[in-house]
Write a new protein. Structure first.
Length: 237
């Protein structure tokens, strides 16, 4: 099988900038990134901290939402960073978490579109696992219609959960990317009993994704496979 190549796609990098007002001795800065909402708390992706933002509800966010946000931090330098005031400045998009599911043969025939690769999503990487969620940022050509994706066919081999990503895309000339997130817990009931027993006995879990990949250089489509993340096993008993 040919080596899977990550497609390069221009993405806006993680944004962080500061402005200081010497007259008032204050500092403010903004951070773009993924956050999970719990009440008035914002939990940034891949970080062991949280921020309290009192305007969460007024920005249309609710507990459980995972969203791409611009967060503002205002600091009165007299009181220091411990007295920082956090708020949501902008909501770019809500990122839904999908289930890994069983797919019929008929559905598989419809979800047969090819992707042209994966690309970094801000500074998170091309694929990663966080809080039991498998993330992968895919690249494809489209005519602008809303695509649909499914993740299915799980199997557990050694320490790796193997899944297949299926795509249903109306082909076109527009090159775009899409962050996909899947709940790994939803894969467990789809595994065979023996595989479930093996999975729950491992300390570490890795994931491998298979997907239809269009190699533009060779002008051919093949099933590409790549390791998509590693984490402490959320199924460990």
């Amino acid at each position: 099988m040919k080596r899977f190549v990550n497609a390069f796609f221009a993405m806006v990098t993680l944004l962080s900038f500061a402005a200081c007002d010497d007259a008032n001795n204050t500092t403010e800065y903004y951070i773009d990134g993924l956050y999970t909402v719990r009440g008035e708390m914002l939990w940034p992706e891949q970080q062991d901290t949280f921020y309290v933002a009192p305007n969460v509800k007024s920005m249309g966010l609710k507990t459980g939402d995972r969203a791409l946000l611009r967060v503002r931090c205002f600091v009165d330098n007299v009181f220091g960073p411990l007295a920082a005031q956090w708020s949501v400045d902008k909501v770019f998009s809500i990122v839904p978490t999908r289930s890994i599911e069983s797919v019929s043969s008929a559905d598989s025939l419809q979800y047969n579109s090819s992707l042209v690769g994966i690309t970094p999503y801000f500074n998170y990487g091309t694929s990663w696992i966080w809080n039991g969620i498998q993330n992968v940022n895919v690249v494809y050509y489209t005519n602008g219609d809303e695509p649909d994706f499914k993740m299915t066919a799980p199997a557990f081999v050694n320490d790796t959960l193997c899944v297949t990503l299926l795509s249903k895309i109306e082909d076109g000339e527009e090159l775009t990317s899409h962050l996909l997130s899947f709940d790994l817990a939803s894969a467990l009931p789809l595994l065979k009993n023996q595989e479930q027993g093996l999975l729950t006995g491992k300390d570490t879990l890795r994931t491998k994704i298979t997907m239809r990949y269009y190699d533009a250089v060779a002008d051919t489509v093949y099933m590409a496979k790549f390791f998509a993340g590693k984490c402490a096993n959320p199924f460990r008993k």
